[in-house]
Design a protein around this ligand. Structure first.
Ligand code: FES
Length: 76
């Protein structure tokens, strides 16, 4: 499997929301959780918030060292 098939997704994050970043790769709503981990007995999402409205590149390869954000690991 080539990691280049998993490119980050740019998302506008809002300070007043809680987000669930998919950690298992089964979600069809990448980079966010759609509940598919339950049916696949996989890892639950990482829930996070932001301190200010911002745009961010979200990891979809699940190899980042700085979850939920892309750190360039998909290129390795
Ligand atoms: S998509 Fe870039 S590190 Fe995962």
């Amino acid at each position: 499997m080539s990691d280049t098939t998993y490119n980050p997704i740019k998302v506008a994050l809002k300070v007043d929301k809680r987000y669930s970043w998919c950690t298992c790769s089964f979600s069809s709503e990448q980079p966010f959780c759609d509940g598919s981990h339950r049916a696949n007995n996989a890892t639950p999402p990482m829930v996070f918030e932001v301190k200010e409205d911002r745009e961010a590149w979200m990891c979809t390869c699940k190899k980042t060292s700085n979850p939920p954000y892309c750190d360039g690991s998909h290129k390795l």
